[in-house]
Ligand binder design. Structure first.
Ligand SMILES: NC(=O)c1ccc[n+]([C@@H]2O[C@H](COP(=O)([O-])OP(=O)(O)OC[C@H]3O[C@@H](n4cnc5c(N)ncnc54)[C@H](O)[C@@H]3O)[C@@H](O)[C@H]2O)c1
Length: 351
């Protein structure tokens, strides 16, 4: 077995995971069992069934029902927020005030002023790492495309087409989630926004237009949300992006992006196949599709956790090597909020 890099040796980074819902359970298991240099020291959830799950699935972390109590735990170095999006900003601020490093799931906040407040607090604590979980940056195919663009393979990239499309959930989990999710653009397209800015060299957005439709889930109407949304984003210097988000795919999670440059183009995940098995039968020749975002990005969630821990232990606070910075996440919320406003008003929005 290869020796761990120096930065991963020594005392582990003691992490407290906050929120053990759909995604928090996955993060907790990664941190407990698959991330070198980390130890899962504590978990926090207000729900009995989630704490019961933690007792059976995790290596006996300390349990908290109250986030403030976890922040008082001096034997926690970093918090891992996997809580509802509307709570993120305040929870990050509280973590930084308590002297903890923070990993927080996307989006940074649904509210731009809240994002700005987090950045102000973080600027006063430059010794603490604060990263937002745009895990596509850690997917091997997205990373390969990024490296090829940096190497000049497609010339100057000027256009991204990107989509986040989920398998239809007839139970309507996301309809119940709609009051707190921020809507399809801040919940789903925010990933594509981050990918587009990352691959196009971090341009600022100038103007956006968004529209959408309710194809299947009428319950979304009362929240002003849609289950299929499309958008155009104009960046400075003539760079462009188009986005598509859907909650109603019949075939699975179909997430991918294309980058078009002056000397070529790259397509990432165009065929959302589950694996390399091709089925030939009376229906034709086909692949099975990745069922959920987690099946598609399982490795990326692990690599982002490994990168965060390596960055903190290596002292590279705020380095991009550990993922999207707070400033990147603020820009993603700025654009996502403008898309939501455009959807609501039917007008283009100038930023
Ligand atoms: N990166 C991705 O692709 C991706 C995918 C899914 C979800 N997410 C993000 O992850 C976050 C959580 O999503 P989810 O699907 O796991 O939601 P969920 O509703 O399944 O889980 C939320 C968790 O937060 C806990 N919680 C609620 N209030 C709390 C509080 N005050 N203190 C501590 N814990 C509290 C709940 O008990 C629950 O465990 C959201 O911000 C979402 O945007 C990201």
């Amino acid at each position: 077995m290869m020796a761990a890099p120096d930065s991963l040796q020594g005392a582990p980074l003691r992490i407290g995971v906050v929120g053990l819902g759909r995604l928090g359970k996955r993060h907790a298991q990664n941190l407990a069992y698959r991330v070198r240099g980390a130890s899962l020291a504590a978990v926090c959830s207000p729900l009995d069934d989630e704490l019961t799950w933690a007792r059976s699935a995790l290596p006996a972390p300390r349990e908290y029902r109250d986030y403030a109590a976890l922040l008082d735990d001096r034997d926690v170095d970093a918090v891992w927020l996997v809580t509802p999006s509307a709570l993120h900003a305040q929870q990050i601020v509280d973590a930084l005030h308590a002297g903890k490093h923070v990993f927080c799931e996307k989006p940074l906040s649904l509210d731009l002023a809240e994002c700005e407040r987090v950045l102000e607090v973080a600027q006063r604590a430059p010794h603490l790492q604060a990263t937002i979980g745009f895990m596509r940056r850690f997917d091997a195919s997205y990373r390969d495309a990024y490296d090829k663009i940096q190497a000049g393979l497609i010339g100057r990239p000027f256009m991204v087409r990107s989509q986040t499309c989920d398998l239809n959930d007839p139970d309507g989990f996301f309809v119940r989630f709609a009051p707190t999710s921020g809507g399809i653009f801040l919940d789903c397209t925010v990933h594509d926004i981050d990918v587009a800015r990352w691959l196009l060299g971090k341009p600022k957005a100038k103007r956006v237009y968004a529209t959408g439709t309710v194809a299947l889930h009428d319950g979304l109407r009362e929240f002003g949300d849609v289950d299929n949304g499309v958008a155009i984003c104009e960046f400075e210097d003539g760079r462009l992006a188009t986005f598509y988000a859907s909650r109603t795919m019949a075939h699975g999670n179909d997430t991918g992006s294309e980058v078009i440059g002056t000397a070529g183009a790259l397509a990432i995940g165009r065929n959302p196949r589950l694996n390399r098995v091709e089925i030939a039968d009376v229906h034709g020749v086909r692949n099975e599709c990745t069922p959920t975002f987690f099946d598609r990005f399982e490795d990326a969630f692990l690599y982002e956790a490994q990168a965060f821990v390596a960055a903190v232990k290596g002292g590279q606070n705020s380095s991009e090597a550990s993922g999207a910075t707070l400033a990147d996440a603020l820009e993603a919320t700025r654009i996502g909020s403008a898309l939501r406003h455009s959807l609501e008003t039917g007008q283009a929005v100038t930023l």
